[in-house]
Design a protein around this ligand. Structure first.
Ligand SMILES: Cc1cc2nc3c(=O)[nH]c(=O)nc-3n(C[C@H](O)[C@H](O)[C@H](O)COP(=O)(O)OP(=O)(O)OC[C@H]3O[C@@H](n4cnc5c(N)ncnc54)[C@H](O)[C@@H]3O)c2cc1C
Ligand code: SF4
Length: 479
């Protein structure tokens, strides 16, 4: 067992309530735990100030990384934080959960020259956490009142970032969300061991204090009509994310014990928030003591396997139909999961669920190989004859990805045009949908993507809305 796993097991013998937050942070964030000033400065000083800041280009927010690294290296932490926050609404969140190996750090020239990347994400997180404890995080200051209002549907990173920017311009902003807490997938999708919930909620509290209004437990299309929202506001931003889970279509997949990934992760996140969801209490969404099989190879699958380990599952296996090098999830996450004792069955796909309708007992799987590329250019998995095998499973988690819900139907808005993938069609320059006063941002436009892209889109949408509502004919109408 690796050192990291030993640490996890030994610390977890104590009930979480008996451990303080600092000790919990040490369990799973070893890489950051010793980011004292000197260490951050030492890492930041490794930046060669190469003059070709690929890191900045490959950060979707174009964060001014070289400059804030230089400031960190010389101990000017407050200034470094201010610079990092100038282009990001959530630097401590991105520092924690951006797949840096695919973004800023992946293009660091030190990394490219084989000497290991400057740990940009860890430094960004360190600076921002320090800013929160030192009181360097400025309150949100609304701009002079413009007398116009914008409704934002969805309190995920896209909606929250847009709300912040719109409030700064001087709009009245109301954010509607069907959940009881803001944050979207930051709150209810991404597990607490990667992103602590208080870190998300303090960002939302800052927006509330700055005058952004939240209408929670309010599902647009159910509790309030989309038409009513359009009448209530001068512009509406749709930032509803993508939530329609893809399902395993094999015999027995309707058995009790076969559950969608997001139901499982949401229940676990509610537990971290101090609740006891009924389906966790009755065991349906609790992996403790069970043989767990997670089907899928993306980051959601990795979050499920790592959550199951923390819930003390008896065994945790990930089943993925392609091989390691073709999986969509981050390889860093796979390495983390492996260290924590997760078993991977590469090139394997479920064929049927064993057991009964009232309790799944196993996953019957077939061995796969990679055939010629399909129309998308990826090698298509093919079944290997005679390669069937069976895994014991009392909990099967389906993590096959998400599609958009049909918003034209849900919002009873026939004039809202969709793409062939079901996402909202927008003008990429103006971010307008087919309805001129309605804009869209985040996953509902891109399809399942990343937090940092949702932030980028939210900020761009706010600028686009401001440009639209500041146009001469709109100004005259308002006067
Ligand atoms: C399990 C999981 C783990 C992930 N991990 C990472 C990661 O580590 N790093 C990373 O960068 N990205 C990660 N992602 C992706 C990332 O979370 C998303 O790309 C990002 O949250 C999208 O932001 P968004 O604002 O577009 O949508 P969301 O965060 O999905 O927020 C949409 C909000 O809209 C609300 N809503 C939907 N419909 C309605 C309605 N009709 N009325 C009112 N409200 C509505 C929802 O309740 C939700 O709060 C992960 C995704 C998942 C599922
Ligand atoms: S926002 Fe993400 S990609 Fe950009 S610097 Fe921070 S960690 Fe890197």
């Amino acid at each position: 067992m690796s050192e990291r796993m030993l640490k996890f097991v030994s610390v977890d013998r104590e009930p979480p309530s008996k451990r303080d937050a600092a000790a919990r942070a040490l369990d799973f964030h070893e890489i950051y735990a010793d980011y004292i000033d000197a260490k951050a400065a030492e890492q930041a000083a490794r930046c060669s100030q190469c003059g070709v800041p690929f890191c900045q280009t490959h950060c979707p927010l174009h964060n001014n990384i070289p400059d804030w690294l230089r400031m960190t290296a010389s101990g000017r932490l407050k200034e470094a934080y201010a610079l990092s926050a100038a282009t990001s609404t959530m630097p401590e969140i991105c520092g924690r959960i951006c797949p840096q190996d695919r973004l800023c750090e992946g293009s660091c020239v030190i990394e490219q020259s084989g000497h290991g990347t400057v740990t940009i994400g860890a430094i960004e997180r360190y600076l921002s956490d320090r800013a929160w404890t030192e009181g360097w995080v400025e309150p949100l200051k609304p701009g002079a009142d413009l007398g116009r209002s914008v409704g934002v549907v969805g309190a995920g990173p896209a909606g929250l970032s847009a709300a912040e920017a719109l409030r700064k311009f001087g709009y009245e902003v109301v954010v509607y969300d069907r959940y009881d807490r803001p944050g979207g997938l930051l709150t209810y999708g991404i597990p607490g061991f990667k992103l602590e919930k208080d870190v998300v909620l303090r960002r939302c509290d800052r927006l509330k204090a700055g005058g952004v209004a939240f209408e929670l437990n309010c599902e647009v299309g159910v509790h309030v009509s989309f038409d009513a929202l359009r009448r209530r506001h001068d512009a509406v931003l749709i930032a509803t994310g993508v939530y329609k889970a893809r399902e395993i279509e094999v015999p027995g997949s309707g058995s009790a014990g076969v559950v969608p990934a997001l139901d499982y992760l949401t229940a676990s996140n509610r537990v971290s928030l101090g609740e006891t969801p009924p389906d966790f209490a009755n065991g349906r969404l609790n992996a403790e003591g069970r043989d767990v099989v997670v089907v899928g190879g993306g980051d959601t699958a990795m979050d499920c396997v790592r959550t199951a380990v923390r819930q003390r599952a008896r065994s945790v296996t990930c089943l993925y139909r392609r091989d390691r090098s073709n999986m969509p999830g981050s390889l860093r996450e796979v390495a983390n999961a492996e260290e924590e004792g997760v078993r991977f069955e590469w090139l394997a796909a479920p064929k049927a669920m064993g057991g009964s309708a009232s309790a799944v007992g196993s996953v019957k799987a077939s061995r796969m190989r990679l055939g010629p590329p399909d129309s998308s250019g990826r090698q298509a998995p093919e079944e290997v004859a005679g390669g069937d095998f069976e895994l014991p499973a009392s909990l099967v988690i389906q993590a096959l990805g998400f599609d958009p819900e049909n918003l034209a139907i849900r919002f009873a808005a026939e004039d809202l045009t969709l793409t062939r993938w079901g996402t909202l069609r927008t003008n990429p320059r103006t971010m307008q949908t087919s309805i001129p006063e309605v804009f869209a941002a985040g996953d509902i436009v891109r399809g399942a993507s990343l937090v940092v892209w949702a932030i980028r889109d939210g900020l761009d949408a706010a600028s686009a809305i401001h440009a639209h509502l500041s146009a001469p004919h709109h100004r005259l109408a308002a006067e």
